[in-house]
Design a protein around this ligand. Structure first.
Ligand code: CO
Length: 211
């Protein structure tokens, strides 16, 4: 355990050396500031590292991760990341990336009491309730779980669009698109759910703010 921990700092030195070997100006350039075109909202799961699975280098992806890639409108951390990404960094694409086999989504399928996290998981259960007709009709447990993961991403994409941050950005015709993806931990491939939101027209009327 101790050896594994110590190895991390050695790995860091090795990574710095390799990066400089490839590009002597690498860190000098990054020190100037960031201008990432992408905001990534993903799961905290250790098997879904944002940059690595899409071949992005430091400086390209602004990242927010939490359990089950949730977009909760009372989450100051998520809102602050979104505000900074949209209004200061002016990212072009926001990707909500869920993943098959997500423990958070799996927990939401059960009535298990885990602890404080029950209150976080409860939001995923709302997604189940919105889509219960479709989900209850799926008999195969694995197929139901996979579809629940996809529907959760779908709802988080829309929840992002409902924020005042996205609505005001789109109202002033800022060019920023929201996408929904699901990563498969079994083969490393991303399933593009092909939902792309890019303006306020995609929102149900009840959510549209008078701007
Ligand atoms: Co997960």
């Amino acid at each position: 355990m101790e050896a594994f921990y110590k190895k991390l700092l050695d790995n860091n030195k090795e990574w710095v050396a390799k990066s400089l070997e490839k590009d002597p100006d690498f860190f000098n350039r990054l020190a100037q500031g960031q201008n990432p075109p992408i905001l990534w909202i993903g799961c905290s799961d250790s098997r879904v590292p944002a940059n690595e699975i899409i071949g992005a280098v430091p400086g390209e992806v602004f990242v927010h991760r939490n359990i089950a890639n949730m977009v909760l409108h009372t989450d100051m951390s998520m809102l602050s990341v979104l505000d900074y990404a949209v209004n200061v960094l002016k990212v072009k694409h926001i990707i909500v990336c869920g993943h098959y086999g997500c423990g958070g989504v799996q927990a939401a399928l059960t009535n298990k009491h885990i602890g404080l996290i029950d209150n976080w998981i409860r939001h995923i259960k709302d997604v189940y309730r919105f889509h219960q007709d479709e989900l209850n009709a799926i008999e195969d447990e694995k197929a139901k779980f996979d579809r629940f993961v996809e529907l959760n991403v779908f709802e988080q994409v829309y929840d992002l669009a409902k924020t005042s941050i996205m609505q005001t950005a789109w109202d002033r015709e800022q060019d920023v698109h929201i996408h929904g993806w699901v990563y498969d931990v079994k083969d490393g491939l991303i399933n593009d759910l092909k939902i792309t939101l890019k303006d306020n027209d995609s929102l149900s009327e009840v959510y549209q703010l008078d701007l």
